[in-house]
Design a protein around this ligand. Structure first.
Ligand SMILES: *Cc1c(COP(=O)(O)O)cnc(C)c1O
Length: 421
């Protein structure tokens, strides 16, 4: 039996309607921007395996560092103990984050990084004896799939079964020239109850690669800060070069109080989460009173192997050739957008850094569940490209090592699809 056949007997896949989904493709190895199936088919991973991969698959340098770490120390309890990788990773990351980020709290994935951020904010006010229990978030936000992260995410078909159990959140529109003054006034009117504001800076990935301007976000953040509201930048998706700079917050003047990271943190090698915060937030938990402790942790907190993968990924990431690759992808995307804008099947294109999104013309059926999405998905798979359209939005966000030849192949197949579908 193939992997694919054996899988169907025993596995339940994420975000998959198991009754109607095609059998999964068994992947046996990866190299560069490509993965290889058990039948020998090569696929270009144009979505970086759900946005996590930045240096390509099975990178030998990361593999080497992970292997060395496994021979030295695979794991140790992280309460009462520490280790080289956890300390060094915190030192090196804090040095390149916005200068107010002073402390690192490790967890396991993006959702847990967000849970930690939310709990830090709520307990910050609790420890100070203030009743600030509400959180502000953007409509259509996505911050993860656990209950707290789901609560601060937009209500949608994905949350419908749980909506009555999610805690109340003040949802606001993305800021633009027309609504910024109203949003600021609204925030001021409710500020005494608000603990924090969580946002995906510049790009709302899961919402359909929705992009908005740094300048308006910056003004909104400055306003929230002036009103005493804590700012949580969810950089789980935008971190590590996706937006063209190291972090999306590098496009902003106002520094967040808390930042969340995961996807690119280990270069796409393994699950890991990180929440960083300011000295002020950290200080609010310092007390002789044990009840002011942040009571949160996971069995695998600061796993040394994950730290080794993240450190190796960081070594690669900070090499100038990576920024050159990012700049090359940015320029290639720009030229591609110019070429296809005006095509009858293109409603619009948008780009932030290495992310380009093409909104397909659909008449009026734009649902995620539309047949267009499945048609496009299978069209690209048949062409040896992994693209996962969000409804009628086709986006490319490749590993930074993708070659020009691979990029051009993806562009040409999208152009064919625009003509044919
Ligand atoms: C993917 C994502 C998350 C959740 O991360 P997981 O590791 O999938 O739990 C949170 N926030 C944003 C912005 C994301 O894109």
């Amino acid at each position: 039996m193939t992997l694919s056949e054996r899988d169907l007997q025993v596995i339940w896949h994420p975000y998959t309607q198991m009754q109607t989904a095609a059998a999964p493709i068994g992947i046996v190895r990866g190299e560069g921007a490509c993965v290889y199936a058990e039948d020998g088919t090569k696929y270009i991973d144009a979505v970086s395996s759900w946005w996590v991969n930045i240096h390509g698959h099975a990178h030998p340098y990361i593999a080497q560092k992970v292997a060395e770490q496994l021979m030295k120390l695979e794991h140790v309890i992280f309460a009462g103990f520490t280790h080289q990788g956890a300390v060094e990773l915190a030192e090196r990351l804090l040095a390149i984050l916005p200068s107010n980020q002073k402390k690192a709290f490790y967890s396991d994935n993006g959702s847990t990084a967000v849970e930690v951020a939310i709990k830090m904010c709520l307990q910050y006010w609790h420890n100070k004896g203030e009743q600030r229990t509400k959180i502000v978030a953007f409509k259509n936000a996505y911050h993860g799939d656990t209950f707290g992260a789901m609560s601060v995410s937009g209500r949608s078909a994905f949350t419908a079964a749980f909506d009555s159990l999610l805690f109340d959140v003040e949802f606001i529109d993305l800021p633009d020239a027309s609504n910024l003054a109203d949003i600021k006034a609204y925030i001021t009117s409710i500020k005494s109850q608000i603990s924090s504001f969580i946002f995906e800076p510049l790009v709302q990935g899961s919402a359909g690669m929705v992009m908005y301007e740094a300048a308006y976000l910056d003004e909104l953040l400055a306003h929230c800060k002036a009103e005493g509201i804590l700012l949580i930048a969810d950089e789980v998706f935008t971190g590590f070069g996706r937006t063209g700079k190291n972090f999306a917050c590098d496009h902003l003047q106002t520094q967040p109080d808390i930042m969340c990271f995961s996807k690119g943190l280990t270069g796409g090698t393994m699950a890991f989460g990180l929440t960083t915060c300011t000295q002020d937030i950290y200080n609010a938990f310092l007390s002789d009173d044990k009840l002011k402790t942040l009571f949160h942790g996971h069995s695998y907190t600061a796993n040394p192997v994950a730290c080794a993968a993240a450190l190796a990924s960081l070594d690669l990431f900070l090499h100038p050739s990576v920024q050159e690759n990012i700049d090359r992808i940015v320029a290639a995307h720009q030229a591609f957008a110019v070429r296809i804008n005006g095509h009858r099947s293109v409603r619009s294109t948008r780009q932030t850094g290495t992310i380009i999104a093409i909104e397909w013309e659909t008449g009026n059926n734009t649902s995620y569940f539309s047949s267009l999405r499945d048609k496009l998905y299978h069209y690209f798979l048949d062409a040896g490209i992994i693209l996962r359209p969000l409804g009628n939005i086709v986006y490319i966000l490749p590993p930074y090592c993708i070659t020009n030849e691979e990029l051009n192949y993806i562009y040409s197949k999208i152009e064919h699809a625009l003509d044919e579908i």
